[in-house]
Design a protein around this ligand. Structure first.
Ligand SMILES: [Zn+2]
Ligand SMILES: [Zn+2]
Length: 475
């Protein structure tokens, strides 16, 4: 079909999409507590004529909106959760938290969901007009930050029946996300000891806090003997009280354990368990484990990545006004960056020299171009729950510019520009690139076949769900 029609359709929905993005920005709801955001999405989709399903997999804020009938079935993934401590006034280049809510959209998920729905709306219009055939499903995936909503949805049967899934993420560069991400497991280790007067009765006390500290020290030594692609991080959730004169009877440490695959992360977790048991033995305490969440590694699909890239090139790129360049420039002065933007770039000499030229050595305020696509077998030490989807259906994703160049992730700078004309332009561009890709997938069964054939090989091992059946999302 004529892609211009799709782009016009996205432009026609501009007010609905920017309002949706701004509303979610203002709600700024944390992982798994996105009640207002989810309901707002469902209402917009019902008004648009989508068949809406609320509370998918028993998760109060997971939902989907479906339109069309028959094959192929293409999924477009959306997120909408915020981060704590990042409340920030919109469209300015200085740190200024808003009164009231302490949370902010530092990862740009307000735009992420809005653009994905914008693409689904354009596809819906094309199906209605008889230009396309098939089914499009927008997935409202909650709790990307610190809960991995998609993993729970994947565990409970979502995504498996899709012919393909596509998505994007706000960023500082228009680029295909390729390569793999680490798998991760989050576990709580709870130590229980015996309280006692720390001076008067120490012989009868058994310190859970000592155990937790020894566990952290043990893991510190373990780090030297892990694979380079593995990492372990921790945070104290409970230190057993604030009185030094009481032997602390409880302590809880939250661990995030990362490996190249779920299997490797699980093997590393066993070693961390042993360290915890050792710490309990040393202190005469007991320890229990509880899983919070997990994510699988990501499988990239080059057929789909190439398709997304073609559509990023086909869609009209945002053009920025002098005021937008100035704002991005000022925002850029608030952080220090010496690195070239983009992922995996330093591994490829051609790409590196392209980026040096295009970004004036990384100094340009906005990256108003598309990075060439080189399939790269890069490994990102971070994790994403898009990984779980990628084990169930051919999946690909890209980043589009919504922020100033080099902008740090999870930052107030991103919250500020996520509610500005720079952010709006990025989200509309992303919607067009996603809609164009979805249209190609609906029109070209050969493309889907090729993507599936690649997937059959790369996912041959099968999906190893990183979370157990007993784990409850958000608990
Ligand atoms: Zn994030
Ligand atoms: Zn994010």
């Amino acid at each position: 079909m004529d892609k211009q029609k799709l782009y016009q359709s996205v432009e026609k929905s501009k007010d609905i999409l920017t309002e949706l993005s701004d509303k979610i920005w203002s709600f700024a709801e944390l992982s798994m507590k996105e009640f207002k955001s989810a309901e707002y999405y469902c209402q917009v989709m019902e008004e648009q004529g989508f068949t809406v399903e609320r509370q998918l997999c028993g998760i109060p804020t997971a939902f989907s909106g479906k339109y069309g009938t028959g094959k192929p079935v293409i999924g477009i993934l959306g997120e909408f959760d915020a981060l704590d401590g990042l409340s920030q006034e919109a469209g300015i280049a200085e740190r200024k938290p808003l009164a009231g809510n302490t949370c902010g959209h530092g990862c740009g998920h307000n735009m992420l969901g809005a653009a994905s729905l914008g693409a689904a709306m354009a596809i819906k219009e094309a199906i209605t007009a008889g230009d396309l055939q098939g089914t499009v499903i927008f997935y409202g995936c909650p709790g990307e930050e610190g809960c991995a909503g998609k993993t729970f949805m994947a565990r409970d049967g979502m995504f498996r029946d899709l012919d393909a899934a596509i998505t994007w993420h706000p960023g500082d560069v228009n680029e295909i996300m390729t390569g793999s991400n680490a798998a991760s497991l989050q576990f709580e280790y709870s130590f229980t000891g015996v309280a006692a007067h720390a001076a008067g009765d120490p012989q009868n006390g058994r310190s859970a806090l000592d155990a937790a500290e020894l566990m952290n020290m043990g893991v510190q030594f373990l780090r030297e003997h892990m694979d380079k692609k593995e990492s372990v991080h921790y945070a104290f959730l409970n230190v057993g009280g604030v009185s030094p004169n009481v032997v602390q009877p409880t302590a809880i440490v939250l661990y995030m354990i990362r490996g190249e695959t779920v299997r490797k992360a699980k093997a590393l977790k066993k070693r961390v368990d042993d360290v915890a048991q050792g710490a309990a033995l040393m202190t005469g305490t007991t320890v229990t484990f509880r899983q919070i969440d997990g994510t699988a590694s990501t499988i990239s699909n080059q057929v789909l990545e190439k398709l997304l890239h073609d559509n990023m090139l086909a869609a009209p790129l945002p053009e920025y006004t002098p005021e937008e360049w100035e704002l991005a420039g000022k925002v850029r002065e608030t952080y220090h960056t010496e690195e070239l933007p983009g992922t995996g770039i330093r591994e490829n000499a051609d790409l590196k020299s392209f980026m040096c030229k295009k970004t004036q050595g990384g100094k340009r305020a906005l990256n108003d171009f598309v990075v060439p696509y080189y399939p790269m077998f890069t490994y990102s030490p971070g994790s994403t729950d898009v990984g779980d989807v990628s084990w169930l259906t051919p999946t690909a994703q890209f980043t589009a510019v919504t922020w100033a160049s080099g902008s740090p992730g999870h930052s107030w700078q991103n919250v500020s520009l996520g509610h500005s004309s720079i952010g709006y332009k990025g989200l509309l561009y992303a919607a067009k690139a996603l809609a164009g890709s979805c249209a190609d997938l609906m029109e070209d069964p050969e493309l889907l076949k090729k993507a599936r054939a690649e997937f059959e090989i790369s996912a041959a091992e099968g999906y190893d769900c990183p979370i157990g059946p007993e784990v409850v999302p958000g608990e």
